[in-house]
Every structure is written in C-alpha cells, then in structure tokens.
Design a protein around this ligand. Structure first.
Ligand code: OAD
Length: 267
C-alpha cells in the first residue's frame, strides 16, 4: 500500500490568506462514477472516431448516429452519481472565498455534487439547443420511436455540447482565463491535457506565478509543467488534500490506497 503524501509546500499554499485556487477537471474526475473517459484504456476515442460522432459534419451527415451516441451517454450520466472527488471540490468552493472550478466535462456531475457555478467549457450533455437558431431546447432528445427532434424554426435540435471544430462559449472561456491569471494554486485533475484551449490554462496560471498540481494516475502531455504530480485516482487524492487543509488532519501519510505517489518537479 502506498501512502498519499501531500506536501507541506502544497498545504502552505492552500492555507495562505486569501488564496486563490483554480481547478480544471477532465473526464478522469468522473471515471470513478462509471463514466468512460475519452483517451485512457476503455475510453471512447479508443473505439470510435471523434469525426464520426462529435463534429458538426458528422451531425449534418448522420444525425441519428450522433443522437444515438449522445442518448447512450445521457443514460449513463443519468444513472451515475457524483464521486468523492466531485463532492470534495464542491466543499472547496464553499470553504474558499477565491475558488474557481473549470470543467471540460459535459456530465453535470459537479453541479449535482453541489458546485454552484462550474465553468462548463464544453457545454452540458443533458441540455439541447437548435443547431440553426441556437435557441435552448431544454433536455429534448430522440422521440419515443427514435424520431429526430426539430425546432420550431425548422432547424435540427442537438445536444448542447461543443464539438470539434466549434468555438467554446466565449464568455465562459474568458472568465476561466481571468481566473487562471489570478490563481495562486492551480490544479489539473483527470485530464490528458491534450485538448485546447482548456489545456493552455495551465500555462496561463504558470506564467502568472501559480503553484501547479496535476492529479492523474498517468503521466500526461503536460506533466513536466507542473510543480507536483500526484499519481493516483482523484476520488482518493482530492479528499485527502481536503482533510489536510480543511479538517487540519496531520500529516498526510494515510494508507489504504494503492498506487499513489508524488512527483516533484524542480523548476
Ligand atoms: P481524456 O480521456 O483525454 O483524459 C482523461 C484523463 O483522466 C487521462 O489522462 C487519465 O489518465 C485520467 N484518469 C483516468 N482515471 C482517473 C481517475 N480515477 N482520477 C484521475 N484521473 C484519471 O479526457 P479529457 O482530458 O477530459 O471534448 O478530454 C478533453 C476533451 O476531449 C473532452 O472534454 C472531450 C474530448 O474529446 C469534447 O468532446 C469537445
């Protein structure tokens, strides 16, 4: 059993007066809720091509296949529950005046865990919009006999998510960028750090002098940028950090979780 070691440097940073903390999450934070990631073992992009399912071109060519994939994912999300990482991050929001949660996830689990205002960079899979007039369409999806939903304007209704080749919601992206610029501590949790512009937020935070932490069982494309890499599942590590910071538990050497270690990068 490897211990989870939370460094004094990180605890000091998180307990500093008026600390500003920014957290970016990706699919890995929901893996322990049973929602597949995109690129790790068993991830969606191991068996499907994004250009067949997650682009405007795919929707124009074959809206039914795209909708069936999203209907499947909506069912998964509806049956999933927030895990200890989501719940702990909601507690951080309650406990810290300067806290910003940014997520690439479309599953809405952060909100369901109690986070009040996560910046959802890639939209929300439970909601729908008209592909033509962009009017919100609630949560409408395929009809009972598999009918494709249509808007009053005649446009096709689609899930309210950002597809490859589409711009992110500009106001949300701007607010996320501003938060990263002001961060004292920046966490990247459960993301492969491959998809832009989300991955670049770590550079923004680094440039602004933030202390950077990655939480991920695997090394990522950007691990070398981070001051510390905590290698293990978010559902164990995030609550452990919370115990040390908010519950004042001494001293971070907790057993019972396998395969966790910390890498420290001297800059
Ligand atoms: P990825 O699937 O690319 O990466 C998930 C990351 O989570 C990997 O680095 C895993 O090692 C890590 N991981 C797995 N289990 C974990 C756990 N229990 N705790 C912590 N980390 C774990 O997902 P994202 O980086 O979120 O975009 O992908 C970014 C975007 O690419 C997605 O938002 C989606 C996708 O295509 C769109 O659909 C527009």
């Amino acid at each position: 059993m490897s211990p989870i070691v939370i460094s004094e440097r990180l605890i000091d940073a998180l307990t500093a007066d008026r600390v500003r903390v920014v957290v970016l999450t990706g699919a890995g934070v929901s893996a322990e809720s049973g929602i597949p990631t995109f690129r790790s073992a068993g991830g969606y992009w191991k068996s499907y091509r994004p250009e067949d399912l997650a682009t405007p071109e795919a929707f124009a060519r074959d809206p039914r296949t795209v909708w069936e994939w999203y209907a499947h994912r909506r069912r998964l999300v509806a049956g999933a529950e927030p895990n200890p990482a989501h719940i702990e991050l909601a507690r951080w929001e309650m406990s810290l005046a300067g806290f910003t949660l940014i997520t690439q996830n479309v599953d809405g689990l952060h909100r369901r865990a109690g986070s009040r205002q996560p910046f959802e960079l890639h939209g929300n899979i439970t909601e729908s919009i008209c592909h033509r007039c962009r009017q919100s369409q609630g949560s409408v999806g395929l009809g009972p006999k598999g009918e494709l939903p249509a808007c009053a304007c005649g446009g096709k209704i689609r899930p309210a998510v950002v597809w490859f080749g589409e711009p992110l919601p500009q106001r949300t992206l701007q607010l996320a960028g501003e938060a990263a610029e002001r961060a004292d501590v920046y966490f990247s949790i459960g993301t492969s750090s491959i998809v832009q512009p989300a991955a670049d937020l770590a550079y923004v935070a680094k440039e602004a002098g933030a202390y950077l932490i990655e939480i991920n069982p695997e090394e990522t494309a950007m691990s070398r940028l981070f001051d510390e890499c905590l290698r293990g599942p978010a559902g164990a590590i995030v609550p452990e950090i919370g115990k040390r910071v908010f519950d004042g538990e001494s001293h971070g050497i907790t057993s019972g979780v396998k395969d966790i270690h910390v890498e420290s990068h001297e800059s």
